[in-house]
Design a protein around this ligand. Structure first.
Ligand code: ADP
Ligand code: MG
Length: 567
C-alpha cells in the first residue's frame, strides 16, 4: 500500500487501549451499543447538513445502518451511510487527539468510580471495540475527501491509507472487527440478533441485519392433472436483510401506550446513564407553539454538576419533525436545571438558519419557557412522595437553591418546594409553607440559623432559647443558604430572620419575660452593663454568652464560607 502512513496513538489513548484490551469486563457486548450510537450520530449529522445542502445525500441517498458477519474470517462488520470522516478527522478522532474524557475515564476507572459500561459517557466509546477485537479496520468516505482506511491492532499505533479501490462506499463508514478467539459468540446469529434488538430500539434509522430467515413456502408435489391438488408446505432458510427496529420515536407516541419500562430504557439509552431516571413527564404543547417533549430527572447528579459548564449544552436534544437538529445549546436550560435531560421535537422552527440564530428564535424561546415550567411542575409533583423527594433533594437540592437565587421569574414557585431541616422533630425537613403553618401566635418572621451542620446548630445557644420558648427554627446548614436568604428575603408574606444577628427581638410576650429576668438579675445586669456596656441579651436560656453578628455584618458561618472560598 503505497500511501500508507503510520501514526502513534496519543499517550493517553494508548493507555486507554491497553486498559481495554486487558480488561476482564464481562459484558463486552457494549461495544455494539457504542458502534450503533456512533453510526446513528453520523447519520444525524449528514441529515442535518442535507437540510441546507440538497446535494449532501446524493452519494448515498439511503440512510441506514447495516450489520453482517463473515464467519469464515471471524469478522463482524457494521456499516452506516452517515457523514463519514475526512482523512484529518479520521486521524484526529480515532487516535491522535485525546479528548478530555480520555484521562477522565482513565482516572475514574483507576479510582473505581466508573466501569467499562460508562465508556460512552466519557466520549471515548469507539475504543470499546478492542474489548472484542484484536484488529479493527475502519473504511470511511466523507463528501469532502477521498475514501480512507484506518487500521489498528491496538495499543501503540495505527495506519491510514487512501483506499486503493477508490470510493466504494458512496458515503459513510464501515467498521470491520476481527474478533478475538474468545469473542466468537458475537458471530452467532442468535446472540447478535438479541444484542442488536436491545441496542437498536431507540435508534431513529433503520438497522438491518444480514440473516437467514426461515420462510414457509408452498410446494406443489402433484403435477398429475388427474389427482386432487394437494397443497404442501415446507420451511426453508432464505438469506436476506432483516429490519431490527421500528424507529417510531417514543416521544411521538401516545403516552397512554408507552410503558414505564420503555420510558426508563429510552432514558438510559439516550442519556447514556446506567441508572433509571427518578421522574419524567411526556407532553404535547399546543397553541402558541407546537412541540412534543419528554423531560427526565436523573436519579443521580452527574459528577461535577456545577463545574462542567460545557456539558450542560448536551442535556437537551432538539428535533424538528423527527430530524435531529442539535444538542449543542448554550444556556438553553438555565444552569440550575442543568441536570435534567430532555428531548424536544418541534413542528415549526426554521431549518435553514445557523444554530446560533435558531437559539435566538422566538419559538425556541417560548419552548424554553414551557420546558422550565414543566421541569418545576415535575419537581413539585415529586414532593408528594416523601421518600423520592428526599432522594431528589440530596442530589439536586443545591440546584434548586441556586434557582431560587438566580431565577427571578420562578423564585416563588421554587420557594414552595425548597425544604430545610428544622427544630421541628416530627420530620427530617420542612417546606417553608409548613413552617409558616406552625408559627406561633404573634411570630411574624421565619426564624433561621446558619451553620456547618444540623448537629452544630441545634446545640447553639440561640436555638436553645427559642426552642425552649416553643418557637421553631430553620437550620440553614448548606453553604449556599446564606446567599439564598440574601436573594430571597421571605416567602408567603413572612420575612426570614437570622436569630444570630444583632437586631433579633421576640414578640410582646417575651417582653414580659425579659422584664421579669431583668428585675431578678438586676444587680448582675448593672454590674455587667458597667463592664460590658449594653451587651445583655434575652435570647439565651442556659448558655451564659454568645457572639452575635451585627445587622449588616457576616455571621460566623458566612465568615467561614468566605474563608473557604466555597463561592
Ligand atoms: P463520541 O461518540 O462520544 O464522540 P467515540 O469514541 O464513540 O466518542 O467516537 C469518537 C469520534 O469518532 C466521534 O465523535 C466521531 O467524530 C468519530 N466517529 C466514530 N464513529 C463514526 C462513524 N461511524 N461515522 C463518522 N464518525 C465517527
Ligand atoms: Mg460514541
Amino acid at each position: 500500500k503505497a500511501t500508507e502512513e503510520k501514526y502513534t496513538f496519543e499517550t493517553e489513548v494508548s493507555r486507554l487501549m491497553k486498559l481495554i484490551i486487558n480488561s476482564l469486563y464481562k459484558t463486552r457486548e457494549i461495544f455494539l451499543r457504542e458502534l450503533i450510537s456512533n453510526a446513528s450520530d453520523a447519520i444525524d449529522k449528514i441529515r442535518f447538513l442535507s437540510l441546507t445542502d440538497p446535494n449532501a445525500l446524493s452519494a448515498a441517498p439511503v440512510l441506514n445502518i447495516t450489520i453482517w458477519v463473515d464467519k469464515d474470517n471471524k469478522v463482524l462488520t457494521i456499516s452506516d451511510s452517515g457523514i463519514g470522516m475526512t482523512k484529518k478527522q479520521l486521524k484526529d478522532n480515532l487516535g491522535t487527539i485525546a479528548k478530555s474524557g480520555t484521562s477522565e475515564f482513565l482516572s475514574a476507572m483507576e479510582e473505581k468510580k466508573a466501569d467499562m459500561n460508562l465508556i460512552g459517557q466519557f466520549g471515548v466509546g469507539f475504543y470499546s471495540v478492542f474489548l472484542v477485537a484484536d484488529k479493527v479496520v475502519v473504511t470511511t468516505k466523507n463528501n469532502e475527501d477521498k475514501q480512507y482506511i484506518w487500521e489498528s491492532q491496538a495499543v501503540n499505533d495505527f495506519t491510514i491509507a487512501e483506499d486503493p479501490r477508490g470510493n466504494t462506499l458512496g458515503r459513510g463508514t464501515q467498521i470491520k472487527l476481527y474478533l478475538k478467539d474468545d469473542a466468537l459468540e458475537f458471530l452467532e446469529d442468535g446472540v447478535l440478533r438479541d444484542l442488536i434488538l436491545k441496542y437498536s430500539e431507540f435508534i431513529n434509522f433503520p438497522i438491518w441485519l444480514w440473516t437467514k430467515q426461515t420462510q414457509v413456502v408452498e410446494v406443489d408435489e402433484t403435477p398429475d392433472e388427474n389427482e386432487k391438488k394437494e397443497k404442501k408446505t415446507e420451511t426453508i432458510e432464505v438469506p436476506g436483510w432483516e429490519l431490527m427496529n421500528t424507529q417510531k420515536p417514543i416521544w411521538s407516541r401516545d403516552p397512554k401506550n408507552v410503558t414505564e419500562l420503555e420510558y426508563e430504557n429510552f432514558y438510559m439509552s439516550f442519556a447514556k446513564d446506567s441508572n433509571p431516571p427518578i421522574a419524567w413527564t411526556h407532553f404535547k404543547a399546543e397553541g402558541e407553539v407546537d412541540f412534543k417533549a419528554i423531560v427526565y430527572i436523573p436519579s443521580k447528579a452527574p459528577e461535577g454538576l456545577f463545574q462542567k459548564v460545557q456539558d450542560y449544552a448536551r442535556n437537551v436534544k432538539l428535533f424538528v419533525k423527527r430530524v435531529f437538529i442539535t444538542d449543542e445549546f448554550l444556556d438553553f436550560i438555565p444552569k440550575y436545571l442543568g441536570f435534567i435531560r430532555a428531548i424536544i421535537d418541534a413542528d415549526d422552527l426554521p431549518l435553514n438558519v445557523s444554530r446560533e440564530t435558531l437559539q435566538e428564535h422566538r419559538t425556541l424561546q417560548l419552548i424554553k419557557k414551557r420546558i422550565i415550567k414543566k421541569c418545576l411542575d415535575l419537581i413539585a409533583d415529586l414532593t408528594k412522595d416523601d421518600e423520592k423527594y428526599e432522594k431528589f433533594l440530596s442530589e439536586f437540592g443545591t440546584s434548586l437553591k441556586i434557582g431560587a437565587i438566580e431565577d427571578n421569574s420562578n423564585r416563588k414557585k421554587i420557594a414552595q418546594i425548597l425544604k430545610f431541616p428544622s427544630s421541628y422533630k416530627e420530620a427530617n425537613s420542612t417546606t417553608l409553607d409548613d413552617y409558616i403553618s406552625r408559627m406561633k401566635k404573634g411570630q411574624d418572621k421565619m426564624y433561621f440559623i446558619t451553620g456547618g451542620s444540623v448537629e452544630e446548630v441545634q446545640n447553639s445557644p440561640f436555638v436553645e432559647g427559642l426552642v425552649a420558648r416553643g418557637f421553631e427554627v430553620l437550620y440553614m446548614v448548606e453553604p449556599i443558604d446564606e446567599m439564598l436568604v440574601q436573594h430571597m428575603p421571605g416567602h408567603g408574606g413572612k420575612m426570614f430572620q437570622n436569630i444570630a444577628k444583632g437586631d433579633f427581638k421576640f414578640g410582646d410576650e417575651d417582653l414580659v419575660e425579659s422584664q421579669k429576668l431583668k428585675s431578678k438579675f438586676v444587680k448582675l445586669i448593672d454590674h455587667m452593663q458597667a463592664t460590658l456596656i449594653d451587651q445583655v441579651s434575652t435570647r439565651l436560656t442556659t448558655s451564659p454568652c454568645a457572639v452575635v453578628a451585627t445587622d449588616w455584618g457576616w455571621t460566623g458561618n458566612m465568615e467561614k464560607i468566605m474563608a473557604a472560598q466555597a463561592f
